[in-house]
Design a protein around this ligand. Structure first.
Ligand code: EPU
Length: 335
């Protein structure tokens, strides 16, 4: 364990917000985390890849940075391999590494910022695939009594950008390892998403490999989403809202071109489209802005504070509610 006093968190959150932690604790194993919890109790904040949070204040107290590495095969047959990843492994590096081994499963989830350990928390998803499609189990430590836990896929209760870690276990558990199931052959290629299909057609590829899907996803993401190492951001700032079928029909009468998709409980709408329709796309106030290629992404052009970005988000939410009668929900955690 390494302890740093009065440390800036600017490099540890993808929004690049410069707030400080009274103490920053780097933990390199589940044992270190259990030990820390036994002696100090709950930290003020548990930090993974810092890719789904907006810091609006300094953190008074300890920030526990989960920096556990490791990639280990725990099961293998002719078709599949289960690999256990340390929670602190960078997600995209893991995706590329599995593709280099000829393994399939993670290709649609290429270039998502963040670490392995936080991927189950919000069930990361993109281009028709969600983490739950490859998830076997995860392990970690309970915060209240520092006991170990192991959760299966069913127990993790995944939903759209949702899991037990955002509900019953919110703030109660630290994930230290994640086991994922990957294919060695007969890969389950998922190329149905419109933009992927279009790119593959352009390339003249009809039977794509996982690596080719990954290349296409990387190209699409690069064209639409800002690179956090250049422009601070946390990916989609809001969730796509699910509304009743009646509400969706009422809006479709008014806006026939509005994207809508079937979803549990009604229709899922595209928050990016709605925000663009309200005129916010490309909007900038000082260094806080709405990305010019994807209105669902809020950005820090350099020196924005978390509060400025939060204020911008609140203004967008109020405007969307006034015009569309839809209450947007942030996907990013406000700290
Ligand atoms: N759209 C607009 N204007 C915009 C943004 C989107 O009109 O500014 C329209 C698009 O043209 C399209 C629809 O809205 O018809 C959906 O857009 P897109 O395919 O870009 O996906 P999204 O719904 O905006 C979601 C995820 C992304 C993920 C993509 C691809 C959420 C909150 N976001 O975005 O995830 O990469 O689908 O699967 O579900 C993330 O979570 O950080 C993230 C980037």
């Amino acid at each position: 364990m390494i302890v740093q006093i009065n440390q800036s968190l600017a490099k540890l959150n993808t929004f690049g917000i410069d707030q400080k932690a009274s103490r920053l604790i780097w933990a390199h194993s589940a044992e270190e985390i259990a030990n820390y919890l036994k002696h100090h109790g709950a930290p003020a904040l548990v930090l993974g890849g810092g890719s789904n949070m907006l810091l609006t204040n300094d953190v008074e107290g300890d920030v526990l940075k989960v920096d556990i590495h490791g990639r280990e095969v725990v099961f293998e047959d002719n078709d599949h391999v289960h690999i256990r990843f340390g929670a602190g492994e960078n997600w995209h590096e893991v995706v590329l590494w599995t593709l280099m081994q000829g393994l399939g499963g993670l290709e649609n989830l290429s270039l998502i910022p963040g670490n392995c350990g936080t991927a189950p928390v919000q069930n990361i998803g993109a281009y028709g695939v969600e983490l739950q499609d490859v998830f076997v189990s995860c392990e970690g430590v309970m915060i209240d009594d520092s006991s170990p836990f192991k959760l299966s896929k069913e127990e993790a209760r995944f939903g759209y950008r949702n899991s037990i870690f955002k509900n019953e276990w919110k703030g109660k558990a630290v994930i230290t390892q994640v086991v994922l199931k990957l294919t060695k052959r007969n890969h389950r290629i998922n190329a149905e998403y419109g933009a992927i299909k279009g790119e593959l057609q352009k390339m003249g590829v009809s039977k794509p490999t996982p690596k080719q899907i990954s290349d296409v996803v990387v190209a699409i993401r690069k064209s639409k989403l800002p690179d956090p190492s250049q422009i601070g951001n946390s990916g989609s700032f809001f969730k796509n809202p699910v509304v009743s079928t009646e509400k969706a029909e009422e809006l479709l009468d008014k806006y026939p071109n509005m994207p809508s998709y079937p979803a549990e409980g009604g229709k899922k709408l595209a928050a990016g489209w709605i925000i663009e329709k309200c005129g916010w796309k490309g909007h900038r106030e000082k260094d806080a802005g709405v990305h010019q290629n994807q209105a669902l992404v809020l950005v820090n052009y350099g020196n924005a504070t978390g509060r400025e970005i939060h204020l911008l988000a609140q203004n967008i939410m109020e405007d969307v509610y006034a015009r569309f009668g839809i209450q947007l929900e942030p996907e990013v955690n406000l700290i």
